[in-house]
Design a binder for this molecule. Structure first.
Ligand code: SF4
Length: 428
């Protein structure tokens, strides 16, 4: 009988892309992939350690798996594995702890002859060289395809553990990623999402991030190319011009701001000022019709007094953001911000988080309101009750009532009204 394996991913889009690739290596080796809730011989959990919650979520998940399926062996991969290594063996049923350097080689560790005798931990240092990925990342559990183009980061923002657990910036070889983009389109993916840690820093044999966009948009049959989160100082100017043309490039930027206050940006070791961000934001907003501009913001960074928080609030309020993701500052052992004075109380962090989440809902509502009456192409993903749900190119969730199978269809929809954070529409 085929061995059964299940997968679960915490954290970012890059982790999702990597899990899809690892999953394909198991399929190619004859494993039967089952849902995480079903009994499996091996459960693979790709972890995240960006916040304390990420760490706690992994622990909860491991305990749940061990309780429900006591015979399953668990493999913990990725960032938390890299940061905590052997300590994770104290969790029930954990048999492999493999950090970022070798997580793609999980099968080799599983196949080692002594693997039934003692658990395996590997947290080797992360290699510094550019890379290729030979296994396909085709993932038919998702409608949109994540394409990994880059890994690691050299920016060393003081709150962030990514450079320590994923290493320095390195890029995927240009030909290798273009080959995979073509494979994804041939496998009927209509939308590709470029993913990585700091994708705007991409560089390989003279090719830049813009060269990737230029080359991928030439692929016949691709309808959409989306850029995932991109650092404000790394966005090539020509991207804005492209969004104005008939390019397949989605009208969507997710540009982490982190704070709307120069004092805090400086203390975070971010590489721009509020006024730099403001200038780029308005240039994009004024030049790309209905562009979606989203961001991340951290509340409660050490030293963020009430008045400095108010600066962030005022900045976010002053611009037509489409949404923001609000993160509560989370002290991490590896991050240098842990040593900064004036740490902020949890109570204050929670209060500020609520204030910004409310503002984000308001901004999203305003953005949606502006779109009422538009006819937009929607890429449909799944049916929930009577409604098919999908996304516009500017990242608006839309639902329509239909008895037809709209899965993976790109269809024009008239946007009619707002229902919580989803827009209701009719197929035209
Ligand atoms: S840019 Fe800053 S926040 Fe983003 S991954 Fe690099 S160090 Fe972390």
């Amino acid at each position: 009988m085929k061995k059964r394996v299940s997968f679960f991913t915490f954290g970012c889009r890059l982790n999702q892309a990597e899990t899809a690739t690892i999953e394909n290596t198991f399929r190619a080796s004859g494993y039967h992939v089952v849902d995480i809730n079903s009994p499996a011989d091996i459960c693979v959990v790709n972890t995240c350690t960006v916040t304390k919650n990420g760490d706690a979520d992994t622990k909860k998940m491991v305990k749940k798996i061990a309780r429900r399926h006591p015979d399953s062996k668990i493999a913990l991969l990725g960032c938390q594995a890299q940061a905590q290594g052997e300590a994770l063996l104290s969790l029930p049923n954990v048999n492999w702890v493999i950090g970022n350097a070798h997580k793609m080689d999980l099968l080799e560790f599983i196949d080692q002859p002594n693997q039934n005798v003692s658990p395996i931990v590997n947290v080797d240092p992360i290699p510094q060289n550019d890379f290729t990925i030979s296994t396909s990342s085709v993932d038919h559990n998702h409608t949109r395809a994540n394409l990994k183009i880059q890994d690691g980061c050299d920016f060393y923002c003081l709150f962030c553990v990514i450079p320590y657990v994923r290493g320095n910036a390195r890029s995927r070889q240009f030909d290798d990623l273009i080959r995979e983009a073509k494979n994804l389109v041939a496998a009927d993916f209509k939308e590709i999402v470029l993913t990585g840690v700091n994708i705007g820093c991409y560089t390989n044999e003279g090719n830049t991030f813009l060269d990737i966009v230029n080359e991928i948009e030439k692929i016949d049959g691709l309808s959409r190319l989306r850029i995932s989160s991109i650092e404000p100082t790394t966005i090539p100017e020509d991207l804005i011009n492209k969004m104005n043309t008939d390019s397949v490039l989605c009208r969507h930027f997710h540009i982490p701001l982190q704070s709307g206050c120069d004092t805090i940006l400086f203390r975070m070791n971010r590489k721009y000022t509020v006024s730099d961000y403001h200038e780029f934001f308005l240039e994009t907003y004024n030049n790309v019709k209905d562009v979606c501009l989203g961001t991340d913001v951290i509340v409660g960074y050490p030293g963020e007094s009430d008045s400095l928080f108010d600066e962030t609030f005022d900045f976010l309020n002053s611009l037509p953001f489409s949404y923001f993701h609000v993160f509560s500052y989370s002290e991490r052992d590896l991050a240098k911000s842990k040593k900064l004075p004036n740490q902020i109380s949890i109570r204050t962090i929670q209060k500020r988080s609520l204030i910004l989440r409310k503002l984000s809902r308001h901004k999203k509502n305003e953005f949606h309101d502006k779109l009422i009456g538009n006819v937009e192409s929607v890429l449909f993903e799944q049916k929930k009750e009577r409604y098919w749900q999908g996304l516009t190119d500017h990242f608006v969730k839309v639902k329509v009532e239909s008895n037809l199978d709209l899965s993976n269809e790109l269809i024009p929809v008239q946007l009619e009204k707002i229902n919580d954070d989803i827009m209701l529409g009719t197929v035209v």
